[in-house]
Design a binder for this molecule. Structure first.
Ligand code: C2E
Ligand code: MG
Ligand code: MG
Length: 545
C-alpha cells in the first residue's frame, strides 16, 4: 500500500459523510467508516450495489433510492447521489456516491410509508425508526468523538385546534408543522413524528450551541401563523433536550431524559426549550406530588370558597362578591390558587374543581337569600379549559336548576386571552351562556392582548379593570389616564365596570371621581370565608378597615 492509498483511506474514514466508491460496473469497492456506521456493520459494501446501479441507470441523473439491508437484518430506505471520478482518462474510472437515509416522499402511498416505518400523515419517520436512528447517531457520535442532541417536541394546545376546527384542520396543521421542522434541520439529521402532536429531532452535534440554534429555529418557525380554513392559527412548541454522552449513555435513557425535559418545558410555561438536568427531576417530582395531592383534595373536602365583597364606592354597601377558591392542605396549609389553578388547568382537574366552585358558590348565594339577606350577584372565575369545555353551558344550567338560584345573581369571570384564539366560537359560547340569563365579565382587563375591535362583538355585561392599573392610579398620571379610558370605554359600550385591587383611600377617591362605582379590594375587605362574609353582609355598610 503506497502512501497515497493510506492517505486516501484515512481521509475517507475521517469524513462524517456516508460515502461509497464504486467502479464503472456499479460494484461498490469501498465505503467510508461513517457509511458503515450508518448501515450498522462492516462488510456491507455489496448491499449497496443495487442502489448504485439504479443511480447509474440512464436517465436517473446519478440519483437512486431503494431499500438496503442493514447490519441488523432490517431493510431501510436510502438514497444516493453519484458523481463520476474521471482521473486522468477522458472516461470515468470510478464513481463517488453520497448515501443518506431516504426522505420518503409524501406522495408514496400511506401503506408503503407505514411499511417502511414512516408516519403516513406527515411522511416523517415514525417511532420505530426513531429509536433506530438515535442508536445510529449515538454510534456515529461515539466514533467521531462528538455528541448527539435529542429534542422531544410537543405542540402546545394542539387539542384546541382539533376541538375548534376539527380533525381535518388538525391534520393539515401537523403536515405543515412537519414541513417546517424539516426546514430547520440538516438533511443528515432525523426529524420524526412520534404520535399525536409529538415530534422529535436527533442530530449529531459538535457543541451545545448547535442544539440551541436549532431549538430556537424550531420555536421561531412555528410562531409564523398557520392558515387553516381561512383562519390564522398560532401554535407553539415545548422542547426538551438531552445530550449524549453528557446526560445519557444509551438511546433509551436519552429518550427518557428528553421526555423529562419536555415535561419540564411544559410545566414551566410552554413555548420554550429546556435542557435536561437532575434538578429538573426533583422539580417535576414535587409537581407530580402536587397533582396527586390535588386529586385527593376534592374528595377530602380540602377546598374552600372565600368571598371578597364588591362594594359601591359611593355608599360603602356590598353589591356583589367574587368567589375565590382556597386550598387548605393538611400538610402545607393554605396554598394559593395562583399556584395550583395552572396545574389543575394543565392536568384537566380544573373541570371537576371548577364545577365544584360553581356549585358551592351558587348554593351559598341561594342560602343567603333564603336567610333573608339582600340578594347579590356572585362572580365565579372560569379558567381557559373550563371555558373551552363542551359541557360548560350544561354544567351552569344544571347548577342553577339544582340550587334554584335565579341566573341574574350569577356572573362568570373570563379573561381576554381565552377569547382571542377563536373569536367566533367564543362569541357562540358566550351567547349561549348569556341566554341562560347570567352575567359575563372580562377579568383582568387591559393585561391580555385584546383587540378592541372585538370587544363590541362579545356579549359581555362587565369589565373588570386589572389591579395593575389601580395600584398607582393615584400617583402615576399615565396609569390614571389608562384607567380613565377603560372606564369611559365601558360606559360607551354600556357595560358595568369594576375596579379590582383598590387598597388605599387614594384609589377609592380616584375611582369615585371618575364614576367607577363598583370597587373590590383590600381597602374594603380581603377575601373571607362564607361565615365572615355573612357578617359583613349583615353589617350592611363597609367602611375602611
Ligand atoms: P382574579 O380572578 O383576578 O382574582 C382577584 C385576585 O386579586 C384574588 O387573588 C384576590 O385575593 C386578589 N385581590 C383582591 N383585592 C386585592 C387587593 O386590594 N390587592 C391585592 N394585591 N390583591 C387583591 P387570589 O384569590 O389569590 O386569586 C388569584 C387568581 O386565581 C384569581 O385572580 C383567579 O384568576 C384564580 N382563581 C381564584 N379562584 C378561582 C376559581 O375558583 N376558579 C378559577 N378558574 N380560578 C380561580
Ligand atoms: Mg376574577
Ligand atoms: Mg382579576
Amino acid at each position: 500500500m503506497n502512501d497515497q492509498t493510506a492517505l486516501f483511506d484515512a481521509l475517507l474514514d475521517s469524513i462524517r459523510d456516508a460515502v461509497v466508491i464504486a467502479d464503472t460496473q456499479g460494484h461498490v469497492v469501498r465505503i467510508s467508516r461513517a457509511c458503515e456506521v450508518m448501515l450498522g456493520g462492516s462488510a456491507l459494501s455489496d448491499k449497496l450495489d443495487a442502489l448504485v446501479k439504479r443511480a447509474m441507470a440512464p436517465g436517473n441523473g446519478g440519483r437512486g433510492q431503494g431499500l438496503v439491508r442493514c447490519g441488523d437484518g432490517r431493510e431501510r430506505p436510502f438514497e444516493i447521489v453519484l458523481s463520476a471520478v474521471n482521473g486522468e482518462a477522458a472516461f470515468p474510472s470510478h464513481y463517488f456516491g453520497l448515501v443518506r437515509p431516504a426522505a420518503v416522499e409524501v406522495e408514496a402511498s400511506g401503506q408503503e410509508l407505514v411499511r417502511f416505518g414512516y408516519d403516513s400523515l406527515t411522511g416523517l419517520p415514525g417511532r420505530e425508526l426513531f429509536v433506530d436512528r438515535v442508536d445510529q447517531a449515538i454510534l456515529q457520535a461515539s466514533r467521531l468523538g462528538s455528541s448527539v442532541a435529542l429534542m422531544m417536541m410537543g405542540l402546545d394546545r394542539f387539542t384546541l385546534v382539533n376541538d375548534a376546527l376539527g380533525h381535518g384542520a388538525g391534520d393539515r396543521l401537523l403536515i405543515e408543522v412537519a414541513r417546517r421542522l424539516k426546514m430547520c434541520v440538516r438533511e443528515t439529521d432525523t426529524a420524526v413524528r412520534l404520535d399525536g402532536d409529538k415530534f422529535a429531532l436527533a442530530m449529531v452535534i459538535a457543541d451545545m450551541d448547535d442544539s440551541v440554534i436549532v431549538a430556537e429555529k424550531v420555536l421561531n418557525s412555528v410562531k409564523v401563523p398557520f392558515a387553516l380554513d381561512g383562519q390564522e392559527v398560532v401554535v407553539t412548541f415545548s422542547i426538551g433536550i438531552s445530550v449524549f454522552p453528557m446526560d445519557a449513555d444509551s438511546s433509551a435513557q436519552q429518550i427518557k431524559h428528553s421526555e423529562h425535559a419536555l415535561h419540564y418545558a411544559k410545566i414551566s410555561g410552554r413555548n420554550q426549550y429546556q435542557f435536561f438536568s437532575k434538578d429538573m427531576n426533583r422539580k417535576a417530582k414535587s409537581r407530580l406530588e402536587l397533582e396527586t395531592r390535588m386529586r385527593r383534595a376534592l374528595t377530602n373536602d380540602e377546598f374552600v370558597v372565600y368571598y371578597q365583597p364588591k362594594v359601591s364606592a359611593d355608599h360603602g354597601t356590598i353589591v356583589g362578591a367574587e368567589a375565590l377558591i382556597r386550598w387548605i392542605d393538611p400538610e402545607r396549609g393554605l396554598i394559593s390558587p395562583a399556584e395550583f389553578i395552572p396545574v389543575a388547568e394543565e392536568t384537566g382537574q380544573i373541570e371537576a374543581i371548577g364545577s365544584w366552585v360553581l356549585w358551592k358558590s351558587c348554593q351559598q348565594n341561594k342560602q343567603w337569600q333564603e336567610d333573608g339577606l339582600t340578594p347579590l350577584k356572585v362572580s365565579v372565575n372560569v379558567s381557559a379549559r373550563q371555558f373551552r369545555s363542551r359541557v360548560l353551558v350544561d354544567t351552569v344550567l344544571d347548577v342553577l336548576e339544582r340550587t334554584g338560584l335565579d341566573p341574574k345573581w350569577l356572573e362568570l369571570e373570563i379573561t381576554e386571552s381565552m377569547l382571542m384564539n377563536d373569536v367566533d366560537t367564543a362569541v357562540r359560547k358566550m351567547t349561549a351562556l348569556r341566554e341562560l340569563g347570567i352575567g359575563l365579565s372580562i377579568d383582568d382587563f387591559g393585561t391580555g392582548y385584546s383587540s378592541l375591535s372585538y370587544l363590541g362583538r362579545f356579549p359581555i355585561t362587565t369589565l373588570k379593570i386589572d389591579r395593575a392599573f389601580i395600584a398607582d392610579v393615584d400617583t402615576n398620571p399615565k396609569t390614571a389616564e389608562i384607567a380613565r379610558a377603560i372606564i369611559g370605554l365601558s360606559r360607551g359600550l354600556n357595560l358595568e365596570v369594576v375596579a379590582e385591587g383598590a387598597e388605599v383611600a387614594g384609589h377609592i377617591q380616584f375611582l369615585r371621581d371618575h364614576c367607577c362605582d363598583t370597587v373590590q379590594g383590600f381597602y374594603y375587605s380581603r377575601p373571607v370565608p362564607a361565615d365572615e362574609f355573612e357578617k359583613l353582609l349583615r353589617q350592611g355598610v363597609l367602611v375602611h378597615i
